[in-house]
Ligand binder design. Structure first.
Ligand SMILES: NC(=O)c1ccc[n+]([C@@H]2O[C@H](COP(=O)([O-])OP(=O)(O)OC[C@H]3O[C@@H](n4cnc5c(N)ncnc54)[C@H](O)[C@@H]3O)[C@@H](O)[C@H]2O)c1
Length: 285
């Protein structure tokens, strides 16, 4: 797409929708990369706090927010606050909780997509980062954007999925040094999204399409879920057998291939590991 490549040289305007544990660190890294970043969040208190230099996310300090503001970052509650003719890149980072029926509740994704649709212009790139079932980007997000913008995904604008890999509290791995998986609706969409992430991440991994990128995320989280559950089951019967499981794990972990250590804990933690396998079974059912 000519327009896209022409704009790549100049300043890239980015809008990040959803300023939580996933969106805010991405906004930070994009500001550091010299992009013009606007964050959009429907929570007035979050937006006011950020614009006043206060962080509501553990991984970022108030000083981090101050540095973002100095780098041109602004938070807004709606599209009226976004200047210019529309962003080059829009990234959706809103929550996907579990619905009553055990599938993903896509209410926030749909609402954020509606917001994104009003900002779509020819040549722009829309990326979904929220964890969901394979097919969401193509079957839910794509038709909504196409209908509202009158443009076709892959022709008029680019559309891709890129799973977030935020590990809250991890001091070693952040946005910059965690490889980023990107899968577009078309190969050109993959490249457009990869162009953006190459500015904020050291390594970009191209998936065959958006579906493989969506599945990669569910594979990662289901893998962790299964292994955490396994080691917790083992902890129960090792206790009964008088076996020190921690010592057994220490020994098993010396195998240089085919084994990864998981440790017993209070259960399958976080707000995504216990939930994401349900998205897989929802789609497979
Ligand atoms: N944080 C993690 O550790 C983690 C890990 C794995 C997966 N995920 C996934 O990442 C996604 C985002 O999670 P998070 O941790 O950033 O959530 P979060 O709750 O920290 O932040 C989401 C933000 O989106 C905002 N929001 C909700 N609806 C909106 C809308 N329509 N428009 C604009 N803003 C809106 C909320 O106000 C909130 O500030 C989810 O799919 C989640 O399952 C998160």
């Amino acid at each position: 797409m000519k327009g896209h490549h022409a704009r790549r040289i100049s300043t890239v305007d980015v809008v990040i929708i959803g300023l939580g544990y996933v969106g805010l660190p991405l906004a930070q890294e994009a500001v550091r990369a010299g992009l013009r970043v606007t964050g959009l969040d429907i929570r007035q208190a979050t937006v006011d706090g950020l614009n006043a230099g206060r962080s509501h996310v553990d991984d970022l300090s108030d000083a981090d927010i101050a540095a973002m503001l100095a780098g041109g970052f602004r938070a807004v509650t709606n599209v009226a606050g976004i200047a210019g003719t529309g962003p080059d890149v829009i990234v959706i980072c809103v929550p996907t909780p579990l619905s009553e029926s055990d599938g993903p509740d896509l209410t926030a994704v749909r609402a954020a997509t509606e917001t994104a649709a009003t900002l779509v212009r020819p040549g722009c790139t829309v990326i979904l980062e929220s964890t969901t079932y394979p097919g969401t980007t193509d079957e839910i997000v794509r038709p909504m954007l196409e209908k509202a913008s009158g443009l076709s995904a892959g022709i008029g604008f680019h559309l891709a999925f890129s799973p977030e890999r935020i590990d809250p509290g991890n001091e070693t791995y952040g946005i910059r040094n965690t490889p980023k998986v990107v899968g577009g609706i078309t190969p050109a969409c993959t490249e457009a999204a990869a162009d953006f992430y190459a500015r904020v991440c050291d390594t970009v991994v191209r998936a065959k399409s958006a579906r493989e990128a969506e599945m990669a995320k569910l594979l990662e989280n289901t893998y962790r879920h299964v292994n955490i559950a396994l080691v917790n089951e083992m902890a129960i019967f090792c206790h009964e057998l008088g076996v020190d499981l921690w010592d057994a794990i220490r020994c098993a972990a010396t195998k240089p291939f085919g084994f990864q250590a998981f440790y017993p804990g209070p259960g399958v933690g976080g707000h995504c590991i216990p939930i994401d396998p349900n998205y897989l079974s929802y789609k497979v059912r």
